[in-house]
Design a protein around this ligand. Structure first.
Ligand code: PMT
Length: 413
């Protein structure tokens, strides 16, 4: 299969070389198109050497030379018709704007308009450019036209600022390419309902009981499931995150709102993944007015409904129900207890007492716990981990024949 990689001008252009190699490892025939700006960062020769193909560097290359033929004049049409996927990485704000508005003034933008193959864009830019309303609108337009967006990551940027805008990891881009090529559409036909973030229970009009969940784990699950072909419903408590593209987002605040949102969508869902950190208690009484400071205050709390247990009780045949568990001590025994008590098919167990993982971190380390096994998934980025968790969930659809060496039985049975 032929994949065309479009490289735009940005500091991340050098990472396109790694992407080309990674795609070739999947036996894909990779061709490269560079914008004029990209050639200021990386030489076309790099990509020619990696791919063994001529790198296309402009609309008019060669056509002004004596002997230029009709083939060079319609090169973009040929590339458009013969490619099985177009992946643009890094995609700059400028190129995204051209795609969104149908401007075709260079080879890459002309190729984008001319191809009917699936298109993936992996943006990379300064955080303010990424957050700008113009870029947001362009991204929304492209997502609505079924362009697959591999969202940039947050972190330290080459411009010296910190925030979202760093090119996604190569693995995530490769995964998206494999997904659109039908090589990894293993969740097609599934509707995955994911909960994310921490619910909030009001004490008075300005204060609430909450927790440290950032929503990153749940959003990573939602994004990975969408990339792998699922229809995804993301029921999310308040977070500072931007929702992944092409996902149905249901915002909620309290546990009761999350409960209604989840139970009301169970009839559409085939897999439920409860990554949210849900309040176990709420104030028995919510003050109508802001509480005044006057000596010690005793709060009376009442338990919330256990949404996970209700989902299990109302599950339809064939539905998979996956809970998460955040534990600070005796993780395995508490996780195992939760698995049996709540009746889920699996519990994704995090030891949140560890530094750098769990709540409000980009990384996590979990144990995927079922009644007959405990699969350790070592520390990695949440986006990568989400795919491993989905792989484990899918094994529940296909009973495993062989135990891996890394599997540790949960019980002696
Ligand atoms: O959001 P991040 O910052 O990325 O952090 C990720 C995370 C640590 C929040 C996530 O990985 C995680 O562990 N989520 C579950 C946290 C939690 O509430 O665990 P729990 O052990 O209290 O609850 C067990 C399960 O029951 C969870 O699936 C929870 O969603 C569910 N539950 C809990 C209480 C309740 N009233 N209803 C529920 O459905």
């Amino acid at each position: 299969m032929k994949v065309t990689v479009g490289v735009c001008g940005g500091i991340a252009a050098y990472k396109a070389a790694e992407l080309v190699r990674a795609l070739e490892k999947h036996a894909l025939d990779v061709h490269v198109v560079m914008t004029e700006a990209a050639q200021h960062f990386v030489q076309p020769l790099t990509f020619a050497a990696l791919t063994g193909h001529k790198v296309i560097t402009g609309l008019w290359n060669g056509s002004e030379q004596p002997g230029a033929d009709a083939a060079s004049a319609i090169e973009h049409m040929d590339a458009a018709q013969t490619t099985d996927a177009l992946v643009v990485a890094p995609a700059t704000a400028n190129t995204l704007a051209k795609f969104a508005h149908g401007i075709a003034d260079d080879f890459l933008s002309a190729l984008y308009l001319a191809t009917t193959a699936p298109v993936i864009v992996a943006p990379a830019m300064n955080v303010n450019m990424w957050e700008h309303a113009a870029t947001r609108a362009n991204i929304e337009t492209l997502a609505a036209r079924n362009v697959h967006i591999v969202s940039p990551e947050a972190g330290y940027l080459a411009c010296g600022m910190t925030g979202a805008g760093r090119l996604a990891e190569t693995d995530a881009i490769v995964d998206a390419v494999l997904g659109v090529l039908g090589r990894r559409n293993d969740l097609t036909g599934e509707t995955v309902l994911v909960t994310a973030g921490g619910t909030r229970e009001a004490l008075d009009p300005v204060r609430f009981l909450g927790n440290r969940s950032s929503g990153k784990m749940g959003y990573a699950m939602a994004e990975a499931a969408q990339r792998r072909g699922a229809r995804v419903i993301l029921v999310t408590a308040p977070t500072a995150l931007r929702a992944p593209a092409n996902v149905e987002v249901v915002p909620v605040v309290t546990t009761e709102e999350m409960r209604h949102a989840v139970l009301g969508r169970l009839d559409q869902s085939t897999i439920v993944i409860k990554a949210a950190a849900v309040a176990d208690y709420r104030p028995r009484v919510q003050a109508d007015q802001k509480l005044r400071r006057s000596g010690p205050l005793t709060l009376e709390l009442e338990p919330t409904q256990d949404i996970l247990a209700e989902v299990v009780a109302q599950r339809r045949p064939g539905m998979l129900v996956i809970g998460f568990a955040a534990e600070t001590h005796d993780a395995l025994s508490h996780g195992r207890d939760k698995l049996l008590r709540k009746g889920a098919d699996a519990i994704v167990l995090n030891d949140v007492s560890r530094e750098g993982v769990g709540f409000d971190a980009d990384r996590n380390a979990v144990t995927f716990l079922t009644r007959d096994r405990a699969m350790e998934l070592p520390e990695m980025r949440k986006r990568e981990l989400a795919d491993h968790i989905l792989d484990e969930i899918l094994t529940l659809r296909r009973p495993r024949k062989v135990m891996d060496e890394s599997d540790v039985p949960v019980s002696g049975a």
